[in-house]
Design a protein around this ligand. Structure first.
Ligand code: FES
Length: 145
């Protein structure tokens, strides 16, 4: 049911943990399944993501997508990080079963929430970044990603 890459990232998740004094922290939840994801970003003075950690209280697909998403944003500028969508993360993982697609949204939302937190703390405007939602509604899950 899961690709080898999903299993690998689920069993050996990268970048698990916290960052003390993070530049931005984002926490999002999925109201339907109750799973929660938190992302910590350490961003340098050139707006490059120096380090990233995550904590997930969620299912295996949420762990695997967070792990892959953190690998994909590390070393990127904040603008480049915005292009790490749930679609891009799923592709990098060789896909997810349709019922698990909503899990991959948590990672994208959490990264965006952490970037929003960073932007607010530094009074910056990040082009293309929308204010994060605190949870993911059912109507969005029904959309075709
Ligand atoms: Fe909730 Fe996967 S079932 S994030």
């Amino acid at each position: 049911m899961y690709s080898e890459k999903v299993m690998d990232h689920f069993q050996n998740p990268r970048n698990v943990g916290e960052i003390d004094g993070a530049s931005g922290v984002g926490t999002v939840g999925n109201a339907k399944c109750g799973d929660i994801m938190r992302i910590y970003l350490d961003i340098d003075e050139n707006q490059v993501i120096r380090d990233v950690k995550f904590k997930t209280f969620g299912c295996g697909a949420a762990v695997a997508t967070s792990s892959m998403a953190t690998e994909m944003v590390k070393g990127k500028s904040v603008n480049e990080a915005l292009s790490v969508t749930n679609k891009a993360v799923m592709e990098a993982l060789d896909g997810l079963p349709p019922v698990k697609v909503h899990c991959s949204l948590l990672a994208e939302e959490a990264i965006h929430a952490a970037l929003w937190d960073y932007a607010e703390k530094n009074q910056l405007k990040i082009e293309g970044l929308a204010k994060p939602k605190s949870d993911i509604s059912e109507s969005e899950e029904e959309e075709d990603y």
